[in-house]
Ligand binder design. Structure first.
Ligand SMILES: C[S@@+](CC[C@H](N)C(=O)[O-])C[C@H]1O[C@@H](n2cnc3c(N)ncnc32)[C@H](O)[C@@H]1O
Length: 274
């Protein structure tokens, strides 16, 4: 089935609509994030909340480069399977190129209209996807529909308005944060904290919600997760107020060299039982 998504608010809502060099950059960024110790810490908490087991059939909804799907496949083993699903054909292609022989089935699809039967998976992982959707609750309802009774759903997402800096000139960090808050849509600013409520709304029980505040002590570490600190992003990426990009990065470099740079961002892990 061809995905029919119409969300267009963020680059990750429709990756394939972007220029080829931007797609390459985004896929490389997802891989770099997978290796970042703070993202690994978030994923360990999510893993414990999902409780994957040998022989299970799991769904990684909005799988990106497929790192998580391949990790889960190692847990479910040869008798299990992970469906790695994404809306973007280039992302699924990139994930397929990284296939390591583990039981992962890469599929194109829309999390808001899953082409899977009711009660057909034992669990769902959905990481940093809902913030890009117009109808996140439709996706959560779909996860509940396809998960068998007793199965687990684990959602991971960001609260972008938790982003804070220290060690930088206050006028610059204030201008940057104000600009970011205007650029991010509401679902990106507060998606993390809303995950538990969304699972409750879909009828799940045994709910868990863990805020994980990620710490970045250098500009290099922050740049992997925070686009506004990433100097490799093109100037027209919409991350910096007009005319401030150069002074922002000069200040980030100065604070980094002085050992003063600090950034924090809270990601939430929420899980429940169907
Ligand atoms: C920020 S990336 C996260 C990827 C992966 N979950 C991770 O944490 O590395 C968001 C992903 O969601 C996918 N996506 C966005 N809207 C989607 C939808 N409606 N259905 C399926 N995937 C979607 C994007 O193509 C992208 O790969």
């Amino acid at each position: 089935m061809e995905p029919v998504q119409t969300h267009t608010h963020t680059p990750f809502a429709d990756v394939d609509a972007m220029p080829a060099e931007m797609i390459t950059l985004l896929i490389a960024a997802l891989e770099a994030m997978s290796r970042h110790p703070e993202i690994r810490r978030v994923r360990q908490i999510a893993h414990d909340a999902l409780r994957p087991a040998s022989g299970q059939r799991l769904l990684d909804a909005g799988c990106g480069g497929g790192d998580v799907a391949r990790g889960l496949a190692a847990e479910v083993g040869p008798d299990g399977c992970v469906v790695a699903l994404d809306f973007s054909a280039s992302t699924i292609e990139a994930a397929g190129r990284r296939h390591d022989g583990s039981p992962v089935e890469y599929r194109l699809g829309d999390v808001c209209a899953l082409d899977l039967p009711d009660d057909s998976v034992d669990g769902v992982w959905c990481e940093r996807v809902l913030q890009h959707l117009d109808r996140p609750d439709t996706a959560v309802a779909e996860f509940a529909r396809v998960t068998r009774p007793g199965g687990r759903i684990c959602l991971i997402d960001t609260d972008w308005d938790s982003l804070a800096f220290d060690g930088l000139r206050e006028d610059l960090s204030t201008a940057l944060l104000r600009f970011s808050r205007d650029q991010f849509r509401r679902g990106q600013l507060d998606m993390g904290r809303s995950l538990r409520r969304r699972l409750l709304g879909a009828g799940l029980t045994d709910l868990q919600a863990v805020p994980v505040t990620c710490f970045f002590g250098t500009p290099e570490s922050a740049a992997v997760v925070l686009p506004m600190v990433n100097p490799d992003l093109p100037a027209d990426a919409g991350m910096w107020p007009d005319g401030l990009r150069e002074s922002w990065f000069a200040e980030v470099d100065r604070a980094g060299a002085a050992g003063e740079f600090l950034a924090v961002l809270t990601l939430w892990v929420a899980a429940g039982t169907v």
